[in-house]
Write a protein that binds this ligand. Structure first.
Ligand code: SF4
Length: 143
């Protein structure tokens, strides 16, 4: 059993109200081999929602050294951290050791994320949920 980003299953849970379906991930969920989670929805954010980027990386956010800010200047750090811990609880309850998450997302991205300038520039780092999963020993792959 693995955890997957819900938007990869075709669920319209992205900030823009759309999805990023991946046929392999959808097939895996339909076979009962994967649990879809959307950390931003789990954190209480609405869909659609104003896009947000990390002012730092996911590890810094978890340690209280960086914040998550929307394009219109709102601090949504609490929602991002809350959603990450709820996603981790779901993963732990199912004994999950691997996750396939959506690339570049401020929650789900792994290895590279947008740099906080809202100019589509990427920088090295993990999203908040990906960082938390890695700390918990869950292998993270992205699509
Ligand atoms: S990338 Fe992650 S947080 Fe963003 S919509 Fe997909 S599942 Fe939700």
């Amino acid at each position: 059993m693995i955890v997957v980003s819900k938007c990869l299953t075709g669920e319209c849970c992205r900030y823009d109200g759309k999805s990023k379906p991946d046929p392999e991930i959808l097939a895996l969920v339909e076979r009962g081999g994967a649990i879809p989670v959307c950390p931003e929805q789990l954190g209480g954010l609405p869909t659609p929602r104003t896009p947000a980027e990390l002012q730092g990386d996911g590890s810094a956010v978890l340690e209280g050294r960086a914040r998550v800010i929307t394009a219109d200047g709102r601090d949504v750090t609490k929602e991002y951290v809350c959603g990450a811990y709820k996603a981790l609880r779901i993963a732990n309850e199912a004994g999950v050791k691997k996750a396939i998450l959506k690339s570049k997302s401020p929650s789900c991205g792994s290895g590279e994320i947008y740099d906080g300038s809202f100019s589509r520039r990427l920088t090295a780092g993990d999203g908040v949920t990906a960082a938390l999963f890695k700390r918990a020993g869950i292998e993270v792959e992205t699509r």
